[in-house]
Design a protein around this ligand. Structure first.
Ligand code: NAG
Ligand code: NAG
Length: 604
């Protein structure tokens, strides 16, 4: 078997020389083919495995141990049944091979296999991550679940859920085809599934022999769903003289509350340039519609009390949050196109029009009298986080979306190089809804990451990159005026950070805080069933929380742009055209249920 593998490697090596030629031609470099004899595995970056290469594999753990959660059905029991398969999350790994992508060895990636797999469970693929962060990730391992009466279709009766691959194909190797020794290089294998099955991950070895067919299982196709590559982990094309290898993380294509796709935690790799190619591994699918692993009401309260972050508003913030009831009780008014006289709103918002879609027929506005300024500045004492609890990634994670309401969103500040231009109107609007989201593993109840929503986009931040204020409670910084959320203090430019032009977001600690572990209200958790959470009246209000702005915000920007010399002017125009529409504030903002991440996944 070894000799045929060696033949494949030789062929790959020939291919690689051809590729290298083309690549060098493209970048206009002079080619010194073999000019410099390279050592070991043939390239300066994908070097031979050595003790040096092995990262110190420090596992990340949250500042505090995870508490005992209140009893329930399936939450935090370490195993989840997805229908015919039972899966278990493995977070302990053994190092197999790694490589170095920078001369100082700081950038690199390592590949691992899961260890401590419980009896009867099988590996579905290996794990990979960058060396720049502490070792933290998971892969799922699986076994056939005990048959449940309500889940088995006739079709599956003769076909087991899991089967060995029939063979492996070598996707890539770090061997240069020149060196005599093959050991110590990295080899990437794609399991070849039997007919009707799919591979869920790749295997990596540090020897040229094909892995044993028992090393990994393939899953029956109807228990899987489409997977997509996301988050490039490594791209070697500029560093290596080998055939390039691109490595991505994976996630299910269909996500959100009703998405049934389950992340397996494996990586995807390809040696082609074309990132649009179809991903040839699959994700799992949760066919158990009961979502038994989701937390019950007691468990939700325990999670929020344990993880609820502290939200810091900027020390110079003048547009602070308030509770929705405070906003209503202190003079907010409902207007409609058919009624130009503002109507008072009761504390629960029960007289707001309910349901439907945003037809721009209704909007809320600040009071017109002396109360106006008061309402605009919010009321920190009454402020709280409004919580939407929902399943993520097929019910293997719980998302706790935390919404905060500010009666008013202040105008933006444009930053051009060293200059700050405070805008008088652009960006400001009445009725600002912002959120961040905790993603908690259903296997253990561990906080996995937090999503920080920033205007029309946002980012997931892994737990090890969070600031913690007390125990496992993280810190959220809400930016001045705009209330976008950030994991660390500082000044963030939305626009082109390269050109130094964009809208400025300032985040810092202050005494203006809302502690979400105490100041919260659960407003929705659809999966618990109808009526378990009583949704407040205002949540059903699908129209605008602020009036349509009548001034021409573009005019204000254009006036500023005009002053600059042509090259800067040009980039500024470009950036202003790309700024999120809501920053111009021409339409009033919508409430939480109108946002597409209410049902869908966050934007990432
Ligand atoms: C090669 O991989 C095996 C696991 O498959 C691992 O035990 C071994 O330590 C690796 N060798 C090196 C030199 O890292
Ligand atoms: C990474 O590669 C550089 C250059 O080959 C080498 O000097 C360095 O020691 C390597 N780092 C590690 C951690 O292997």
């Amino acid at each position: 078997m070894r000799s045929s593998v060696n033949a494949i490697i030789k062929i790959l090596a020939i291919f690689q020389l051809g590729f290298r030629f083309i690549f060098d031609y493209i970048v206009g470099r002079r080619i010194f083919l073999r000019g410099e004899k390279m050592l070991g595995c043939g390239c300066f970056s994908w070097s031979r495995v050595s003790d040096l290469m092995q990262p110190e594999s420090e596992y990340f753990s949250l500042p505090d141990p995870i508490p005992q959660w209140p009893p329930g059905s399936g939450f935090a029991t370490s195993r989840i049944t997805l229908g015919e398969l039972e899966v278990c999350q493995i977070t302990k790994f053994q190092y197999i091979w790694g490589c170095n992508l920078s001369k100082d060895g700081k950038q690199g990636v390592s590949f691992y296999k899961p260890i401590g797999i419980p009896d009867g469970f099988f590996c579905l693929g290996h794990y990979c991550q960058s060396n720049e962060k502490p070792l933290r990730g998971f892969v799922l391992v699986a076994r056939e679940a005990a048959k449940q009466q309500d889940c088995c279709t006739l079709k599956s009766e003769n076909m087991p859920a899991l089967q060995n691959p029939v063979d492996y194909s070598l996707v890539w190797s770090s061997h240069d085809g020149i060196d005599e020794s093959f050991d110590g290089c990295g080899y990437f294998w794609l399991p070849q599934p039997p007919e009707g099955y799919k591979a869920l991950g790749f295997l990596v070895t540090n020897k040229s022999e094909k892995p044993d067919l028992e090393e990994v299982k393939c899953v029956r196709a109807d228990l899987t769903c489409t997977c997509e590559a996301c988050g490039l982990i490594a791209d070697t094309h500029s560093k290596s003289s080998n055939i390039p290898l691109l490595i991505w993380g994976t996630r299910p294509l269909h996500r959100g509350i009703y998405g049934r796709g389950v992340s397996v935690g494996t990586f995807y790799c390809s040696s082609y340039w074309n990132t649009r190619e179809e991903v040839n591994i699959a994700c799992l699918q949760n066919l158990d519609l009961n979502l038994r692993a989701m937390p019950n009401m007691d468990q939700i309260h325990a999670l929020v009390r344990h993880y609820g972050p502290t939200v810091f508003f900027h020390p110079d913030e003048v547009y602070l949050p308030s509770s929705v009831s405070w906003f209503f009780r202190n003079g907010a008014l409902l207007y409609s196109r058919s009624n130009s006289v503002g109507q008072a709103i009761d504390a629960e918002g029960s007289n707001l029009p309910s349901g439907g879609t945003n037809d721009r027929e209704y909007w809320i506005d600040l009071p017109c009298d002396s109360a106006r300024e008061n309402v605009k500045h919010g009321n920190l004492e009454s402020a709280k986080l409004y919580l939407h609890i929902k399943p993520a990634l097929g019910g293997t994670f719980t998302d706790i979306a935390m919404w905060v309401f500010c009666p008013f969103n202040g105008p933006g500040t444009l930053k051009v190089g060293m200059m700050n231009i405070a805008l008088s109107k652009v960006g400001q609007h009445v009725g600002d809804w912002e959120h961040f989201t905790l993603r908690i593993s259903n296997f253990t109840g561990e906080l996995w990451s937090i999503y920080f929503s920033q205007h029309s986009g946002g980012e997931w931040v892994d737990a090890f990159d969070l600031e913690f204020i007390e125990g496992n409670k993280a810190v959220i910084y809400s930016s001045k005026n705009g209330h976008a959320s950030f994991p660390h203090p500082g000044t963030y430019i939305q626009g082109s950070s390269k050109l130094g032009i964009g809208v400025r977001n300032d985040a810092a600690r202050s005494d203006h805080i809302v502690d979400s572990s105490r100041q919260y209200e659960i407003v929705a958790a659809e999966y618990l069933g109808d009526g378990v959470v009583k949704e407040p009246g205002w949540l059903q209000y699908m129209r605008e929380w602020g009036p349509k702005i009548i001034y021409d915000s573009r005019k204000e920007l254009d006036k500023i742009i005009k002053v600059f010399p042509p090259p800067v002017k040009y980039s500024m125009e470009n950036i202003c055209n790309k700024l999120p529409l809501e920053l111009y504030g021409e339409e009033g903002p919508s409430g939480p249920k109108e946002k597409n991440n209410w049902i869908g996944d966050e934007r990432w």
